[in-house]
Design a protein around this ligand. Structure first.
Ligand SMILES: [Mn+2]
Length: 359
């Protein structure tokens, strides 16, 4: 962990220098974890060109000392802004960078007034930029998070029967993932059956699944602070012809966009592979969301694979590919895998079957 932290500190310092910033104040939890290794809550980092401090309270001092050996761990009591101000003063930093997409207006005002820096400047997502391309260790952890979700899928197929409530399906998925090492679900588990399937983010309800319905399950695990995300739509009994057709269109769009996700394309270009197929089949107005998103310490992060995704894909970026078609009154279908950008053809992490499954 030490070597990785050193590399990340070097990366951030390089970006700060380019922006003319002397020190960074890091408050966003995922950024604190990425930069230090510490995964507790309510803690802050001050990273100068020479030093790295982790400021926490009595609940986390012991954990921080173990998890963040490259940092000087300092316990604060009372005002955290004053404690951070002492660090900034000691380090002689005239300008301090902050996470403009994260700090609340209230925190911004308080830190600006009390850090004592001449300048308090936005860092422009410097740490999120470092997080975009995953290193080998991160990819190994993400693979494990994906595997935990894959295993829960094969488990759930044996449990779904007419009369099973969506919330029971969600609970079983989450229980299975936790038994296999997940810290928890990476977001609120979606189980949307029958007509509820037309809600792309229909979280599990007390509705019971019935014969003839499609069941969309979208869920993931957190493993060692990294997220996974997958979706499968399965059928309980024989699907009607329209839903079967929709399934085939979504599967074609998903497979082709996934295979087409290569280094150098923009997120928008990959999105259009799927969107064009869905459009040609006449369902474009039923696919309202983006094709996919980056996944890492956060469940939704850059790069965005969507009509507004201007960022070019680089090797080592991790993303989802998840087109869907949702028809009100009929239901919906979505298929989602996770991939790692890898030159001309991606590494596909999700291994659950995608052919139409009838339970
Ligand atoms: Mn997703």
């Amino acid at each position: 962990m030490g070597d990785i932290t050193v590399k990340r500190l070097e990366g951030l310092r390089h970006k700060l220098k380019q922006k003319g910033i002397d020190a960074a104040l890091v408050a966003k939890k995922e950024n604190v974890t990425y930069m230090s290794g510490f995964n507790g809550g309510d803690s802050y980092l001050i990273i100068t060109m020479e030093e790295a401090f982790l400021i926490t309270d009595s609940r986390y001092v012991q954990q921080a000392a173990v998890q963040a050996p490259m940092y000087k761990v300092t316990r604060y009591q009372g005002s955290v802004a004053d404690a951070l101000g002492d660090m900034v003063k000691k380090a002689g930093a005239a300008s301090v960078g902050f996470e403009e997409g994260y700090l609340t207006y209230q925190a911004y005002n308080e830190f600006k007034a009390r850090l004592g820096a001449e300048k308090f400047l936005p860092m422009g997502g410097a740490i999120e930029e470092l997080r975009l391309v995953k290193d080998r260790e991160e990819i190994e952890i993400i693979k494990r998070a994906v595997k935990i979700a894959d295993d829960a899928f094969s488990h759930i197929l044996g449990l779904i029967k007419p009369g099973t409530a969506e919330i029971e399906i969600a609970a079983e998925l989450e229980f299975h993932m936790k038994k296999n090492g997940a810290k928890g679900p990476s977001f609120e588990t979606i189980v949307a059956s029958g007509q509820r399937g037309s809600m792309p983010h229909g979280v599990a309800s007390d509705k019971k699944v019935q014969m003839g319905e499609a069941i969309t399950m979208d869920y993931g695990a957190i493993y060692m602070d990294y997220c996974s995300d997958m979706t499968r739509t399965v059928f309980l009994g024989t699907p009607d012809d329209e839903l079967r057709k929709i399934y085939e269109v979504v599967l074609k769009a998903q497979s082709q966009a996934l295979n087409g996700a290569r280094e150098g394309l923009t997120g928008k270009e990959v999105d259009s592979i799927a969107r064009d197929i869905i459009k040609d089949a006449g369902f474009d107005r039923f696919f309202g969301h983006g094709l996919g998103h980056g996944v890492g310490l956060e469940i939704h992060e850059e790069p965005r694979l969507s009509v507004s995704g201007e960022r070019r894909l680089e090797n080592g970026m991790v993303a989802t590919v998840e087109p869907g078609i949702y028809v009100e009154g009929l239901g919906g279908v979505r298929i989602e895998d996770m991939i790692v950008i890898n030159g001309g053809s991606p590494l596909v992490l999700t291994e659950s079957p995608k052919e139409l499954i009838i339970i």
